[in-house]
Design a protein around this ligand. Structure first.
Ligand SMILES: [Zn+2]
Length: 183
């Protein structure tokens, strides 16, 4: 009896009603039934129905080789997918793979959301637009960028007073101080 891999048992099992014949293409074949589940099994052998025995090392090497081939195939497919992608995807990939210095030049992030300035509005009105700006930029009100934007947009005399009060204080306190000064 020859041990043949059984697809149902998912392991090599003994074989009953074993037949040695040849395939249409002239290859040596053994087929028969699994002695455990009776599933019909098939295997191609070496010349004269000699079953090739592989050492553990050979089996592992074959496994590694198959894995490598599969990985290469996947990589090639992914590469082709990237080449096939539309312009938007290409631009995105380019942006995420270019160094920060160049991507900053290309990106319009700073221009997309211009920081508000006080102009003719009151400090509290101006503070409301800064709040919206912080939300749009997805930043905390006390994030240094928001604070800097707020100070830069202030009218000069307010900016001076804010400086005297202390930039390190929470933005809300700075605003309260500036608003309080007016009354
Ligand atoms: Zn079986």
């Amino acid at each position: 009896m020859t041990e043949i891999y059984c697809t149902k048992c998912r392991k090599k099992t003994e074989t009953s009603s074993e037949v040695q014949d040849m395939t249409d293409k002239g290859r040596y074949r053994i087929h028969g039934d699994c002695i455990i589940c009776e599933t019909h099994k098939n295997t191609i052998t070496g010349e004269n129905w000699k079953v090739k025995l592989h050492s553990k090392g050979e089996v592992l090497d074959a496994k590694k080789k198959r894995k490598k081939t599969a990985t290469n195939k996947k990589a090639k497919k992914l590469g082709l997918k990237i080449l096939d992608a539309d312009d938007k995807v290409q631009a995105y990939i380019k942006r995420t793979t270019t160094p920060p210095s160049t991507s900053r030049l290309e990106s319009n992030e700073e221009e997309e959301i211009p920081a508000p300035t006080q102009g003719d509005s009151s400090v509290s009105e101006y503070f409301e637009s800064i709040k919206l700006y912080a939300i749009a930029r997805n930043k905390d009100l006390d994030h240094i960028n928001i604070k800097v934007a707020f100070i830069l947009g202030l009218k000069l005399d307010y900016a001076k007073r804010a400086k005297e009060f202390g930039f390190k204080k929470p933005l809300k306190e700075i605003v309260e101080h500036l608003v309080g000064d007016r009354y």
